[in-house]
Design a protein around this ligand. Structure first.
Ligand code: KG4
Ligand code: ZN
Length: 328
């Protein structure tokens, strides 16, 4: 089954064709990062306009050797995300579905991230998924391809949001996660700073206190020893990143212990982080740990097409064009 995926939930305009949920035939991502950079974050109106300007070209890029006659269904992200952005992808998908008379499958963006792990692997449920993106931090029990249960989530900032905010207070460019990751690799004393692991019950997370702790440390240094700020930034970035990584590890280890499910899968943009990858590799056996490839960690449409394949139900009528987009 060949599925055309379309994704426009935030600041990436993406489309892809995926065969049987695991084999990527084409994958195009147009990122708007450079356009939002000077504002220090995503500007929703600008994002919608850029999606509108690029969506046709991004979709057409899939069709150099295939035509719509080869496509079995169209999958599109309908939430959560920026409503104005989602509408561009959803309207493009609905139009194509109507013109070419193809089934249309609305996909939850978060489930899309989970399914990025099926690409080029033989992964099968059950497993635990740690989803760490810009808007979400969740531990999801994936019981089967069609049944998932959220065991815990963040009570305030998402992990990616914390990375972005801490990067900004360190004067690093948007998007903060990759910039901070890069800076942390320059740390010359990884033990110099240590942040307290946030204490939150069961499988839930909290990162806003950690972000405040970094801010207080910065204020303290800048006030008392201003010349030391620049020379210690990399060590502080490392300590912050390590604290996030250890927090995520401890929570997922608790979930493994309590559920008895040993297979752990990561997903979302923050899963690209080098320290998180290193720490998880050191703590789980190779057979029990799956990371999506770096290009499928951040937003893309291949994961959306994969998610549609695994949820597709031949008994359902997918001709309904009336479905809406949702922000949360
Ligand atoms: O999954 P994603 O592309 O979009 C959402 O659905 O939110 O995740 C974006 C988030 C941003 O917060 C970005 O800073 C973070 O992923 N990110 C990283 C890294 N690469 C991307 N965070 C830490 N380290 C990275 N290497
Ligand atoms: Zn995402």
């Amino acid at each position: 089954m060949y599925i055309l995926g379309i994704e426009t939930s935030c600041d990436e305009t993406a489309s892809a064709i995926v065969k049987d949920g695991r084999e990527v035939i084409t994958n195009t991502v147009y990122t708007q990062i450079e356009k939002h950079k000077k504002w220090g974050g995503v500007i929703p109106e600008l994002a919608s306009r850029l999606h509108l300007e690029t969506i046709n070209e991004v979709i057409n890029k899939n069709f150099t050797s295939m035509t719509f006659a080869d496509i079995d269904a169209i999958a599109v992200t309908n939430g959560p995300g920026l409503v104005g952005s989602l509408l561009i992808g959803v309207n493009a998908a609905k139009t194509l579905s109507w013109i070419h008379q193809k089934p249309i499958i609305p996909v939850n963006h978060l489930f899309g991230h989970v399914c990025s792990n099926f690409i080029d692997t033989d992964l099968e449920p059950p497993f635990l998924c740690l989803l760490v993106s810009g808007g979400h931090t969740q531990i999801i029990e994936v019981k089967s391809y069609k049944e998932t249960l959220i065991l815990g989530e963040t009570i305030d900032d998402a992990a990616g949001e914390a990375f972005d905010k801490v990067a900004r207070l360190m004067g690093l460019p948007y998007p903060g996660g990759p910039s901070l990751d890069k800076l942390a690799r320059e740390a010359d004393d990884k033990e110099k700073y240590r942040f307290t692991i946030p204490k939150v019950s069961s499988y839930d997370f909290s990162f806003s206190g950690l972000k405040t702790a970094v801010l207080r440390l910065k204020e303290n240094i800048v006030e008392k020893y201003p010349c030391q700020w620049d020379e210690n930034k990399a060590n502080i970035a490392y300590a912050f990143q390590n604290c996030v990584a250890v927090t995520l590890l401890q929570k997922i280890q608790l979930a493994v212990e309590k559920t008895g499910i040993e297979k752990v899968v990561l997903a979302g943009g923050v899963a690209a982080n080098s320290r998180i990858r290193e720490l998880f590799k050191n703590n789980f056996s190779e057979g029990n740990l799956v990371f999506p490839q770096l290009k499928y960690c951040t937003d893309n449409a291949a994961m959306i097409a994969a998610a549609a394949f695994f949820t597709y139900d031949a008994k359902v009528n997918y001709s309904d064009l009336g479905f809406e987009v949702f922000s949360r």
